[in-house]
Design a protein around this ligand. Structure first.
Ligand code: FES
Length: 254
């Protein structure tokens, strides 16, 4: 028998959640696979929470907010758009289909539309089946999502495209996409290496396990060491072997 899919829906209190409520009282049918979590605004749903939801076994995540211009906190849903884009990029590098994450604007009066969208989304996730990525890949993406550089970039994107940075430099869409792509890849690789260092490993060992070039691993190792996230565990055959510092401080766990 085919395994049922698990969907989690984060829905804004003022619009989408009320739309779900209306679908219920109006008896518009939709599949029971989705568990709904009420949030005060779609803008409150961070990439880290989304990645964490996948890490804990969701096959699909749905975010529902007010239509653009109707957010009760004015611009929350504009930020939600950027955060969801960031989460999709992280899902992609972790080997998870970005289509498993869906953002929709649904008002309190759109009960029927809510039921239709959830039905279609559930069917799409059923067709994709369970998430195939390894737990460590999702875990790395989840830790990367919590990194302050990606968090800042996700919330500052609108500003960088509109008024520019503090030097007045305005980014084009193309430049922004390249910057986001590079930074997501960098952070993801660094977190993959950090997770590998739950156990002592050399640069060569990590490079071979993650299928990365040794010079790329070495660059990340230098950076992680500079940020005091790892340390030299021992010197083995004239080669340094590293370990994650948080291990001894109770940060990273097996
Ligand atoms: S209050 Fe609904 S999206 Fe912000």
């Amino acid at each position: 028998m085919m395994k049922e899919v698990n969907l989690i829906g984060f829905m804004c209190n003022w619009c989408c959640y009320a739309g779900a409520d209306l679908a219920g009282v109006s008896r518009f049918q939709y599949p029971p696979n989705i568990r709904i979590i009420r949030v005060m605004c779609s803008g409150r749903v961070d990439p880290e929470l989304i990645l964490d939801t996948f890490l804990y076994g969701a096959d699909g995540v749905f975010i529902g907010g007010c239509h653009l211009g109707d957010c009760h906190y004015l611009e929350g849903n504009f930020y939600a758009e950027k955060k969801i884009e960031m989460a999709k990029r992280l899902l992609k590098v972790a080997g998870v289909e970005p289509e498993r994450l869906r953002l929709e604007w649904i008002s309190a009066s759109e009960g029927e539309r809510f039921a239709a969208i959830i039905t279609a989304f559930t069917e799409e996730i059923k067709a994709l089946g369970p998430v195939k990525s390894e737990k460590e890949e999702l875990e790395a993406a989840c830790i990367a999502a919590a990194d302050y550089r990606l968090r800042i970039l996700a919330t500052k994107e609108r500003e960088l495209l509109g008024v520019g940075n503090k030097y007045g430099e305005v980014f084009t869409r193309h430049e922004m996409d390249r910057l986001l792509e590079d930074m997501v890849q960098e952070e993801y690789e660094a977190k993959r290496i950090l997770l590998k260092l739950k156990k002592p490993r050399s640069v060569k060992e990590i490079a071979s396990e993650l299928n990365l070039k040794p010079n790329v691993v070495f660059r990340h190792i230098l950076d992680l060491k500079r940020h005091e996230q790892i340390e030299v565990h021992e010197i083995r055959d004239n080669t340094p072997v590293y370990i994650a510092r948080e291990l001894s401080e109770g940060g990273l766990t097996e």
